[in-house]
Design a protein around this ligand. Structure first.
Ligand code: G3P
Ligand code: CA
Length: 232
């Protein structure tokens, strides 16, 4: 039974999310696929989940209004906020799902991509770019046709067919709520493209994903997920 386990923001159930410590811990737990979130800050990609810094750093400020210099002085539970380059240097040879957040995030990624291949040795099949902003994914597809893309959904759209026609996605990332609402629909979708479900932290839900033959999950506890899959 093959199910991809994306360590969601690293091993974020154990360590501060989206930090080098969270990714290193996931690696130690046996993860080979990883998910992270990026924002554009002064044309650099910074690994961080929220639009506002408050939940994670206690500074009440939008990340869009923050400089790289300011961010470099902040920590998330004692761990610094990494750039995408910092994380990819650690995850060479792994599958990395980069979720584009906030405005104008696709262009720095497109600009950075040649160095990811040349300096870090990433191949297009190791990178998977996702976003709730499907227009951003179209830009990535046009600029980097070999790099995989996956639109994100919290709810079922009227039809997936139009999305599939427009984007030709390599995968579709759907919420756990969608799995609970209509598992059959996801099973049908899996026949067309890979379905990855976020965020799946419970054994029963992983078993449902396995029963349906879906392609992957995002999990905050990669060690537990890998254990449960082995026991399935
Ligand atoms: O990429 C799957 C999942 O991470 C999307 O939601 O809010 O955790 O970034 P969120
Ligand atoms: Ca995410």
């Amino acid at each position: 039974m093959s199910l991809t386990v994306f360590a969601h923001r690293g091993a974020s159930g154990y360590e501060p999310e989206n930090t080098l410590k969270a990714f290193a811990t996931a690696l130690e737990q046996g993860a080979t696929s990883f998910e992270l979130d990026v924002y554009n800050v002064e044309d650099q990609l910074v690994v961080f989940h929220d639009e506002n810094l408050k939940r994670l750093t206690e500074i009440d400020k939008a990340i869009a209004d923050t400089s790289l210099n300011e961010l470099s002085g902040l920590t998330v539970r004692g761990e610094r906020i990494p750039t995408l380059i910092d994380v990819l240097a650690l995850l060479k040879g792994c599958e990395v799902n980069i979720e584009l957040k906030g405005p104008n995030t696709y262009q720095p990624l497109i600009d950075l991509y040649p160095s990811l291949e040349q300096e870090f040795g990433f191949t297009p099949s190791e990178l998977l770019i996702s976003s709730f902003d499907h227009q951003a994914l179209l830009q990535v597809r046009q600029a980097l046709p070999n790099v995989r893309i996956a639109p994100l959904y919290h709810e079922f759209p009227d039809t997936f067919n139009q999305v599939i026609d427009a984007l030709q996605p390599d995968a579709i990332h759907v919420s756990l709520n969608m799995l609970k609402q209509n598992p059959k629909k996801l099973e049908q979708l899996q026949a067309i493209t890979k379905v990855h479900v976020f965020t799946v932290n419970e054994k029963d839900d992983i078993n449902t994903v396995l029963d349906l033959g879906l392609a992957g999950i995002f999990c905050d506890y990669p060690d537990k997920a890998l254990e449960w899959i082995k026991a399935y």
